[in-house]
Design a protein around this ligand. Structure first.
Ligand code: UGA
Length: 432
């Protein structure tokens, strides 16, 4: 098949590259000349494990094509996926400007019959608005069907998630569109949930919100575990072994970040409000997520008896999660801003996110080129993102660099007793 993607962010570029790899001809439409030129050379525009190779291979094979011109992509395509961003507005609602703009441009270039499928996360009702725009802008004689095909890939594991998703959701009331989309996804070999457009739109928010609820529950249990003297990791092991609950996404820490969970939880609260439903469960989820960061900051502050002035804190891990250089809504931002505000000196290290971190962190932050360099003469080390390379650090070598052996483990990646035996004062999340 020949298909198109409008937008080349995480969802657009990864999905486009995977569908090209499966043998389709895939057009990707962007609007930044520089980025499109880079992509045309087979160079990925952001870091995602395996993506550079995948993009290069398919560009070289002539199956993955990039353009600034909608006409070039839309005309030969049977299916056009909209994969542009839907960032949050100040009131929590999703900003749909880019979606509607893409719909307008697709509409103007429609010829024959096309399926227009929205992959971006959008509130129920958005696809219908896309259909209205297509109707207004399309030339006479052309026709289309709309579909909602939400994306469930995770950054850091995006290629694996796209090649082997746990399900594909196809929301459409058109039999012809359904058949085309089912055919396109056949090589992916997974369960397909077919439903109407509004159901598909809501499934995406429901999935991300449910996962956020699990994380906030884990963080709430961590707060309580510390108070009663329990070990939250054991509590959650004990809970998670029940198959009805499961252990995944029950890891407490400094709260969820990234471009999806914080935004989607707020958006579902806003959707509830619009339709007259007060989503108190998600309001609590969101509030607990803020508390998780604040609680971590408080632990650092308390250790230094409320006075961080002049203290050097080495922060390990800046991206919102490992294996990505993405800093959007990263917990590290709130934590570091608070430390700097309280006049601490912050030396930070991250394996991939430093270039992006420099754009969003306070200018006083000093960046190191290794964890060992970061901790040199520091009064404490705070692990904020659980990159694998931090799990295997030489803790004796680390201790030699530190002024004080104090470690705040924001992701519970170390064994508390081992660190205590090495002379560290250890602070985990929800355990002693
Ligand atoms: C999330 C979903 O997992 C994907 O299914 C979805 O497609 C994507 O959003 C999206 O809507 O585009 P992503 O944001 O890439 O994916 O990352 P996750 O692995 O879900 O992690 C999100 C945040 O939750 C991270 O900050 C992570 O550190 C945190 N987290 C995750 C926890 O604090 N505890 C956990 O147990 C799991």
């Amino acid at each position: 098949m020949t298909i198109s993607f409008i937008g080349h962010g995480y969802v657009g570029l990864v999905t486009a590259a995977v569908f090209a790899d499966l043998g389709n001809t895939v057009w990707v439409v962007g609007r930044t000349k520089e980025k499109i030129e880079t992509l045309k050379k087979g160079i990925a525009t952001f870091y995602e494990p395996g993506l550079s190779e995948l993009v290069k291979r398919n560009v070289d094979a002539g199956r993955l094509l990039f353009t600034l011109n909608y006409h070039e992509a839309v005309v030969p395509s049977e299916v056009i996926f909209i994969t542009v961003g839907t960032p949050p507005k100040d009131n929590g609602e999703a900003d749909l400007k880019e979606i509607f703009n893409a719909a307008k441009e697709i509409g103007k270039n429609l010829v024959g019959y096309k399926v227009v499928a929205v992959k971006s996360t959008v509130p129920p009702g958005t696809n219908k608005k896309v259909a209205a725009i297509l109707d207004e802008t399309k030339p006479t004689g052309s026709s289309f069907a709309i579909a909602s095909v939400p994306e469930f890939l995770r950054q850091g594991q995006a290629i694996g998630d796209t090649m082997h998703p746990q399900r594909v959701v196809i929301g459409t009331t058109s039999d012809r569109a359904q058949k085309l989309l089912v055919d396109l996804h056949k090589p992916i070999n997974t369960k397909i949930v077919v439903c109407n457009v509004e159901t598909a739109e809501l499934i995406k928010y429901a999935a991300n919100s449910m996962l956020s609820v699990k994380i906030s529950f884990a963080n709430a249990m961590a707060f309580l575990s510390e108070k009663v003297g329990a070990d939250v990791e054991k509590v959650l092991d004990g809970v998670g072994l029940d198959h009805r609950i499961g252990r995944s996404f029950l890891y407490p820490g400094v709260g969820y970040g990234g471009s999806c969970f914080p935004k989607d939880v707020k958006a579902l609260i806003a959707i509830g409000k619009e339709y007259g439903y007060d989503f108190t469960l998600l309001k609590a989820t969101d509030a607990i997520n803020d508390e998780a960061r604040l609680y971590f900051i408080e632990k650092i502050r308390n250790h230094f008896h409320g006075d961080l002035q002049g203290k050097t804190i080495a922060v390990l891990g800046l991206s919102f999660k490992p294996d990505t250089d993405d800093m959007r809504f990263a917990p590290s931002i709130t934590i570091i801003e608070a430390l700097i505000k309280e006049k601490a000196r912050v030396v930070a290290y991250d394996p991939a996110a430093i270039p992006n971190a420099k754009k969003v962190l306070p200018k006083d932050v000093i960046f190191a080129t290794s964890p060992y360099e970061a901790v040199k003469d520091a009064d404490a080390v705070a692990v904020v993102t659980e990159w694998n390379e931090f799990r295997q650090l030489d803790m004796v070598k680390l201790a030699k660099g530190l002024k004080e052996r104090v470690l705040f483990d924001g992701r519970n990646i170390y064994d508390p007793q081992t660190l205590k035996d090495l002379g560290y004062t250890y602070y985990g999340v929800g355990r002693m």
